[in-house]
Ligand binder design. Structure first.
Ligand SMILES: *Cc1c(COP(=O)(O)O)cnc(C)c1O
Length: 382
């Protein structure tokens, strides 16, 4: 039988072995790495700088006093605490949906929701660059899976026509995409996809993980920016990125949410997130949708456009090509005190290894400029 060490060795040989890097400071623009000192951080998804923000910390402290630390059980066992209900009501209103359900992470949301809605007689159609949680959710469901090349609308139409023909009378077709793609930072042609899907019998699921808090009026996401939330049957997202906390959500119709409460296994068989966390997310939604949220978004978009005028989100890839040169580029930047991760296969396709820059509202103009300066060497667009 193969041993763990032989597998690790194979990863080493292929240049694909990953190691955890220890951080000795809170999350933020300036972080301290164990043994190697301070770095300017361009690698986190804390887009609004809320992970260590005074308002989030103050709210979390008060909510721990009020609600305690643990929830004690799944929400279907002991009972469902009021902070979870208040959060879900607030979120549903924000997303222009009838109801919402929260999960312990975005990953748990996808792997709970998709298999709850689809089974072996159903068909799931996804964009090729969809996040691992969506792919795993689709696989776990046992449904027939069709993947279309990234943002390829004719191919999506073709899969949908095929699925509409093939699906049984009682079957379901589910189309899944993201509003912002996590490794390219580009947007889906959402209006067009929405038009295609709404003209078919399929359900439409949209993952707004990298858009929530950042894009659209009050940070409500790309579907809100286009005014099409009510045409998206399942609006998914996470509280771990723009919100600076953790957890996942799904907004939908009342009956779909009631069905998920009965069938999503990652919801049913997992202890509810801490009620103090739920209450803190609620408070943070007020911040994100208020004046301070507008100011943070305005600063973030200034930073994004100062870095690359045409960037579509806070994620900006600098494509290098092969794995080794990408790793070397990241190492060179690190030697200059800048933390920008190299992303390799299998996270991105072979031959497209890249530096993945993520920007935050907490970066200063000078910090963006030093990144631009340091990157000039690697970036053919510069
Ligand atoms: C990060 C991410 C998730 C997972 O969310 P977590 O809360 O981090 O588990 C799901 N979908 C997409 C597109 C993501 O980028």
């Amino acid at each position: 039988m193969r041993t763990p060490d032989s597998e690790l060795n194979d990863l080493d040989q292929a240049g694909l072995r990953r190691h955890l890097r220890r951080i000795d400071s809170p999350q933020g623009v300036n972080i301290r790495l164990a043994g190697s000192g301070e770095f300017l951080n361009f690698s986190s998804n804390d887009y609004l700088g809320l992970a260590n923000h005074p308002a989030n910390k103050a709210s979390y402290t008060v909510n721990i006093e009020r609600y305690g630390t643990g929830s004690g059980s799944s929400r279907l066992v002991c009972g469902s605490q009021s902070p979870h209900h208040e959060l879900e009501e607030k979120l549903a209103a924000l997303k222009n949906a009838e109801a919402a359900l929260t999960f312990s992470s975005g990953f748990a949301t996808a792997t709970g929701v998709i298999p709850a809605l689809c089974g072996k007689d159903d068909i799931i159609i996804l964009d090729k660059l969809c996040h691992a949680s969506l792919i795993d959710g689709a696989r776990l469901s046992g449904a027939t899976i069709r993947v279309y090349p990234h943002n390829d609308l004719p191919k999506l139409k073709k899969h949908l026509a095929w699925a509409t023909e093939k699906v049984q009378a009682n079957g379901r077709i589910l189309v899944i995409t993201e509003s912002i793609f996590s490794m390219d930072g580009d947007r889906a042609p959402l209006q067009e996809i929405c038009d295609i899907v709404t003209a078919s019998p399929a359900l439409f699921m949209l993952d707004e993980a990298h858009a929530f808090g950042i894009i659209g009026p009050k940070g409500r996401g790309l579907a809100a920016e286009l005014g099409i939330e009510t045409q998206v049957d399942l609006q998914m997202g996470t509280f771990s990125k723009g919100t600076g906390l953790s957890g996942g959500y799904l907004c939908s119709s009342r009956s779909l949410i009631d069905l998920l409460t009965n069938k999503a296994r990652s919801f049913i068989y997992s202890t509810a997130p801490s009620p103090s966390l739920a209450a803190t997310i609620s408070d943070c939604l007020d911040l994100i949708t208020g004046d301070e949220g507008d100011q943070l978004r305005s600063k973030l978009w200034t930073n994004i456009h100062n870095f690359r005028t045409k960037a579509e989100s806070a994620i900006v890839p600098v494509i290098i090509g092969e794995n080794e040169p990408a790793l070397e580029a990241a190492e060179k930047l690190k030697n200059k005190g800048l933390l920008v991760p190299a992303i390799r296969y299998p996270t991105v396709p072979r031959g497209t290894a890249r530096l993945r820059v993520t920007l935050s509202a907490a970066h200063s103009d000078d910090q963006i400029e030093s990144l631009n300066y340091a990157l000039a060497e690697f970036d053919s667009f510069h």
